[in-house]
Design a protein around this ligand. Sequence first.
Ligand SMILES: Nc1ncnc2c1ncn2[C@@H]1O[C@H](COP(=O)(O)OP(=O)(O)OP(=O)(O)O)[C@@H](O)[C@H]1O
Ligand SMILES: [Mg+2]
Length: 293
Amino acid sequence: MSKNRRANLSVPQEDPYFYISKDLADIFEHIHALSKKKPVNVLISGRQGCGKSSLVRQYAAIYQQPLSTFQVGILSEPGQLFGEYALEGGETKYKQFLFPEAIQTPNSVIHLEEINRPEHPKALNMLFSLLSDSREVWLEELGQLNVAEGVVFFATLNEGEDFIGTELLDVALRDRFYFLLMDYLPNVVEKEVLIKKTGISAEQADDVMAALNFLRGHGDLGIDVSTRTALMIGDMIAVGASLRQALSVSLQTSQETLESVLVGLHFNKGYTENVSAEYVLFDNNFIQSTKRA
Ligand SMILES: Nc1ncnc2c1ncn2[C@@H]1O[C@H](COP(=O)(O)OP(=O)(O)OP(=O)(O)O)[C@@H](O)[C@H]1O
Ligand SMILES: [Mg+2]
């Protein structure tokens, strides 16, 4: 086993500022208890950037279980998670990947990302038997593999506008999971996360929240603002960017839409700030002058 592999199967660091509802936290306690007695699979759906991956990571961190993550969204054939044939010194050899090792590691947490989006539908075939109560799979190259004691499978998928994601999943596969639907954090909690994670002030966080609420209330603008985007905006402001600059670089939208957002904010909150029309030399002197300022 290489060093690299062992590092991939380690217990992740706990996020000191990770919030979920009390109800969801309770459910996770139950899931954890159950996983000590029976095979457990959990499917988490939620919009982009709402915290699905961090939730799986935090679960592994607080229960001190090694985590490994696999992108199912890029698989194009069934055996691809397990290994591949590669040319080595003129010979074709089968090389095992991390996945077989992860499933055979007791108490490990295995995160299957974007399970609803494999490039080829058959790519999931081998997962069926692994996720069933028998928890085993047979491969020509590796023989029979049994899932170790206490292993929990988490699968995540992205919820779309009009669907929760699971519709896209094969019924037989969907049937093997407990299902959790995640949503963005409530305002007060998201503000708290912003302050704690980016270091901006409560006043700055209020401004960011006002902008976020405006955007979220205007689905017609087609800008989806996740917690991840909120944190990107906060990080920018923490290093001195104005709200306009932070929004401009974090939202991936046209200048026009951004203007309408800022006008909306101005209207709602009296936020004024103009883009400077000035051009400057972007050279070492500029850097020095911003350092002095
Ligand atoms: N409940 C939360 N408490 C604290 N931080 C959070 C929370 N939810 C999300 N975050 C932060 O938001 C960012 C995005 O979260 P994450 O990557 O887990 O989202 P995701 O749902 O997996 O996104 P994607 O759909 O793109 O895979 C991370 O930096 C994470 O730490
Ligand atoms: Mg994710």
